[in-house]
Design a protein around this ligand. Structure first.
Ligand code: SF4
Length: 425
């Protein structure tokens, strides 16, 4: 968590300042007329960095020297790698061979929201598989990491006419990577170089395990990503195998998910936090749909006054501690009680093989709130489109109509004028 939080902060907050400092350095070095490798321009660059800092106070971690600039650029590369590896999950070579323009936006998903993907190639030494084009679904922060890499690599790409995001000057050149660089000195960073970078990044953050410095490796992010996704919901293994570019689902299952006590603990803690947040939302939402939603609205206590936020949170925590852990998915919340479970779940939770929107929609455990409206609106629209297909068999049309009515019923319970919303879509 500390690692990822730090990486996200660097990519989203610090990157602009570091990139600006690098431009200041390049500008000063380019205009300096001094014998090669003279230290005078470096001193001038340092003064320019300090002046730039003084003219823009309030920067949390300013870059005020050339050596600091070199270190921060390396940390920026490491942070981008961590974000891509832990939040998207490609192999190290797949990340290192990404190219400018690889982040793309696709049209809406099932819930109608646009989806971003990173487009690259599979790097796996298997005939007929290696080099195959691949798309990874990417969260906004991963798209931001790609933008940062595009900005970082821009001078080297301009010089070589190549598109590679990880073009770097060979090791040991410090700030000279950004000054007087020649195309033949540039190469895609190796996995060993990134490993070294990650170890420095971990040390800078003070990461440790069992009182020893934690040695970050290039493969940990991909494994952690897979375990987080699969341990929470093993029904997603097939989709996960596709996302990771595995040929077989079994590889995802055995090689990546395995059993990891500490990771399971972290996931459980995350599920509890998510449940508390969802209960807080349900206790305060003006309207809820679904059978359990109506029950909650009728029975929930009223929270008022200046301590309302704290009271809501304590009550939500109380419910979770009492065992009312919620299942959270795109289409709603599941207040799981085995005896009411329409998916025929057992004592440990819902049955993933039968858990799907239509089963949930008629389940006594199901709740929808305003944040799930886009999902159900899209269901109504999709059903309407299907009902206009004259070639569909009668039986299929009946099922589609039933699903459309289900979705409309949930939207109505949320106070949506579904007719108007879908008519004007
Ligand atoms: S059908 Fe859906 S809401 Fe009902 S128990 Fe299963 S997962 Fe929960």
């Amino acid at each position: 968590m500390v690692l990822l939080q730090a990486a996200v902060k660097i990519v989203t907050h610090d990157a602009a300042h570091v990139l600006q400092a690098r431009e200041t350095y390049r500008r000063v070095m380019a205009s300096a007329a001094a014998p090669p490798h003279s230290s005078a321009p470096v001193g001038r660059a340092t003064r320019a960095l300090r002046r730039a800092h003084e003219s823009t106070p309030g920067i949390e971690r300013p870059v005020t020297s050339v050596s600091e600039l070199v270190r921060r650029i390396d940390m920026l590369y490491a942070a981008c790698f961590v974000v891509l590896s832990y939040m998207v999950g490609p192999r190290v070579s797949e990340i290192l061979h990404l190219q400018a323009g690889c982040a793309r936006r696709l049209d809406g998903n099932a819930a109608g929201a646009p989806v971003s993907v990173i487009v690259g190639s599979i790097f796996k030494r298997q005939p007929g598989y290696d080099g195959r084009p691949h798309e990874w679904v990417a969260p906004p922060v991963a798209v931001q990491a790609i933008s940062v890499l595009e900005a970082l690599s821009e001078p080297h790409r301009g010089l070589t006419g190549r598109l590679d995001l990880w073009l770097r000057r060979r090791r040991g050149n410090g700030a000279w990577e950004w000054h007087e660089v020649r195309p033949e000195l540039l190469e895609i960073a190796s996995a060993a170089r990134v490993s070294h970078l990650l170890r420095r990044f971990g040390a800078a953050l003070g990461l440790s395990h069992l009182d020893k410095p934690w040695r970050l490796t290039t493969h940990q992010g991909r494994k952690t990503f897979a375990r987080f996704a699969a341990l929470r919901d093993r029904s997603c293994l097939f989709a996960l195998a596709q996302h990771l570019g595995h040929r077989e689902r079994a590889q995802t299952d055995h090689g990546y998910v395995g059993s990891d006590y500490r990771l399971n603990q972290e996931i459980d803690a995350e599920i509890l936090n998510q449940s508390v947040a969802a209960w807080e939302h349900m206790l305060a939402a003006p309207g809820l749909g679904g059978c359990a939603g109506a029950e909650i609205v009728a029975k929930r206590p009223r929270f008022r006054g200046s301590r309302m936020k704290q009271d809501l949170r304590s009550y939500a925590r109380l419910l979770v501690d009492a065992g009312l852990v919620l299942g959270v998915c795109d289409w709603g919340y599941c207040v799981y009680r085995e005896e009411h479970s329409a998916c025929l779940g057992n004592a440990t939770g819902p049955n993933p093989a039968r858990r799907e929107p239509s089963t949930c929609a008629r389940c006594q455990n199901f709740v929808v709130s305003a944040q799930h409206r886009p999902y159900w609106l899209e269901q109504v629209r999709r059903s309407e489109r299907l009902l206009n297909e004259p070639a569909l068999p009668l039986q299929t049309l009946r099922i589609v109509r039933a699903r459309m009515n289900e979705a409309r019923g949930l939207l109505r319970a949320l106070g949506s004028d579904t007719g108007e919303e879908t008519d004007h879509a």
